[in-house]
Design a binder for this molecule. Sequence first.
Ligand code: FDA
Length: 509
Amino acid sequence: GSRSFVPAIVVGTGYGAAVSALRLAEAGVSTLMLEMGQLWNQAGPDGKVFCKMTNPDRRSTWFRTRTEAPLGSFLWLDVVNRDIESYAGVLDKVRFREMSVYVGRGVGGGSLVNGGMAVTPLRSYFEEVLPRVDAGQMYDRYFPRANAMLKVNSIPADFFESTDYYQFARVSRTAAGRAGIGTSFVPNVYDFGHMQREAAGTVPKSALDSEVIYGNNGGKNSLDKTYLAAALGTGKVTIQTLSRVTSIRRESDGSYVLSVERSDPFGAVLERTEIGCRSLFLGAGSLGTTELLLRARETGALPDLSARLGTGWGTNGNIMTARANHLWDPTGSRQSSIPTLAIDDRANPTHPVYAEIAPMPAGLETWVSLYLAITKNPERGSFTYDKATDRLGLDWTRDQNTPAVDAARSLFDRINRANTTIYRYDLFGDTRNFADDFCYHPLGGCVLGEATDLYGRVSGYRNLYVTDGSLVPGSVGVNPFVTITALAERNIERVIAEDLPDEVRRTTP
Ligand code: FDA
């Protein structure tokens, strides 16, 4: 037929995808990126591209009729969520039986919705998780490259200490200090110069007006402003939006054919097409990439994929919890949406925890200290694919999160004891103190060196690569996108040097 053909396709536009597309384009390879979400560059009726966390509309959520904010309740009241029109919004909550996973949808993937925390893992932790990756090279070359490209910066200490917007973090630092536990600043891709201008009133407020999880209208250097802008700037990259890859097969000449479903932002399918390519890079995230490959294996389209595919999945030990402060310790009615400080107990020999002090941007005093704790949970889940229903499943049980809850509890019990404070019971839907049924940091499914070789080349097939968070075996001990980016930089450098013939580089669009 008259199916179109391109030298390289990258599926997704998140971290791994964006790195791969930029470096391929720089090497001269014409590259097509396929993204199921929208390009977020048009202002809505309110003059803003993204809606606020505290007043969400259809832009907030991926095809639901009600928003699904992670902190749905306050005093058990569902005060945050709103009924909305079903639409290709920016944040998705993917529900599996005993675990829900939040992911970003749109050009930039998770970078559109995330908190921007850009943390390089402790080298010792990295070496434990990925022992066969040369850590010397990672820390000398690829982590610095990722940090520079992502525009990672840190909050100036004088601004942090003096602004009302970080009172909530200073209160938590004092509470941790009473228990003898230290804190450290958390680097971020949010431009702190911009944040200071927000505080001064010279630019519209974004982080200082509760913008995060549904997108930021200013200050955040999401991928569309960094890697993807650079990729498009080469003139060799095209991004096709609202285009979901539904399946992958291989032709007898070794090329790949993708089935692509193009929709309008209300979900109506406009067309189904097929696009061929020589080299295929999967950057659809832990869930998306694993699903595409499992489907290909189970339907017989790519039968030689590894039996390890789908395994090694983890939540990066994510647990949220909250403490109630005394009335004389207010956390402030004005809170920046961008976390900048962590209670850092990573050196703890039994329960290492990195607990980010998160805002509770309610616009009123709540006396709540909220935390996203990243713990070390050795439990792993596996993805399953059911051919009859065409559904991705996740074998992960609630009790597999017990080690993570225990670790978080061990830290916050100490802090509560030292401060004679208690946990909040009202924030996570029922009377739980620990939110252990959702995560922000899905990792694994196509683990490096297991379902792929040590550079993300998919086992069993040539010219097929995994570039994203599915390579990381379930845990990195800190927020993952810097690691995903640095690994993608490392892998694509090798692939370009070894796998791409000169003809591919010379192909013009
Ligand atoms: P990523 O998920 O970014 O991108 C995948 C893309 O592929 C998406 O755009 C998706 O729409 C698209 N896609 C999927 N399937 C497809 C298909 N079949 N066809 C076409 N397109 C498809 N991390 C961190 O380091 N610091 C932080 O502060 C935070 N905070 C945070 C908050 C929230 C609310 C969330 C949800 C997540 C975070 N994270 C985070 C996690 C971080 O965002 C995440 O680890 C990365 O975005 C993962 O990058 P990937 O490259 O793996 O894929």
